[in-house]
Design a protein. Structure first.
Length: 285
């Protein structure tokens, strides 16, 4: 047998392609036999895994759907093939879950150099917050008010019955300046947003490119919560490197606490208005 690691979403779905849950979560579990594509393609038919945990997290992401991903130790048959950084087999046994991913996150964070320890702490704190360990609408609103003050925004809060209602209002209200004020990456022509996006053009270009590669684990398909985490972490590192001015925690304070207390989504939904919805009635679990 060949040992490896595999990442799923929090609800056991493929982290990149999405779809139905892979299995019901019982351990150990033998996945059914499938046909294997033996071509040189890096990603093709068959059960896929990686030899090392940090590689699996780099591909699957730390929060691919706005919730912390899950890391599993797996076993593949001896005839499994290896293409690039992936293993591919006709079957796969899911053996056990790795509940402490800090060591793997540390490997992913090596490109951050002298700021690696701080960035590890920040990523682990976001993973905890996005697991929504508590539930308090009052604490969510307190956190959002702190986040608005950090951004120097005198906005009101509006609670929506569901995340989908908030999304619909956001989609129909096109105000680029408001979106840029809330999350720096939301405006392609905002100076602050451009500064963060263009860090790999800085004088320290080699370190910047390495950091950009490490940031890939912060991406998500379409989860707004993950966007907030990515914006906060990107700003945090860029500020610590001196690429942009301002507090490194500008996009972290308040909003991370709000997620830790059950926030599903927060986004501009009207003039000087921040809409939000909790996970308990958002239908995202």
């Amino acid at each position: 047998m060949i040992s490896g690691c595999k990442v799923t979403t929090h609800d056991l779905r493929p982290p990149v392609r999405g779809g139905d849950p892979i299995w019901d979560g019982t351990l150990p579990f033998d996945l059914p036999k499938v046909e294997v594509d033996v071509s040189d393609a890096a990603c093709a038919a068959g059960w896929n895994a990686c030899r090392e945990a940090h590689t699996a997290l780099r591909i699957g992401g730390l929060w691919p759907n706005g919730w912390p991903s899950r890391l599993w130790c797996v076993e593949l048959p001896d005839d499994a093939i290896e293409r690039g950084d992936k293993l591919r087999g006709r079957t796969l046994q899911i053996v056990t879950e790795v509940t402490d991913v800090r060591e793997a996150v540390a490997r992913l964070s090596e490109p951050f150099g002298g700021f690696a320890d701080k960035m590890i702490d920040e990523q682990m704190a976001w993973r905890l917050a996005l697991s929504r360990p508590a539930a308090s609408n009052d604490q969510i609103e307190d956190g959002l008010r702190v986040a608005l003050r950090s951004r120097s925004l005198d906005w009101t809060l509006r609670r929506f019955p569901s995340a989908w209602d908030a999304w619909d209002t956001w989609d129909t209200w096109d105000a680029r300046d408001a979106r840029a004020a809330w999350a720096v990456w939301d405006a392609r022509d905002a100076r602050a947003a451009w500064a963060v996006r263009a860090v790999w053009d800085a004088r320290d270009a080699r370190a910047a490119r390495a950091a950009r590669d490490a940031w890939a684990v912060w991406d998500a398909r379409d989860a707004r919560a993950a966007w907030d985490a990515r914006a906060a972490l990107t700003w945090h590192y860029a500020a610590r490197k001196g690429w942009i001015g301002g507090s490194a925690d500008k996009y972290t304070v308040g909003i991370r606490d709000a997620y830790a207390h059950g926030l599903a989504i927060a986004l501009p939904t009207g003039p000087n208005e921040l809409g939000w919805a909790p996970v308990d009635n958002a239908g995202w679990r």
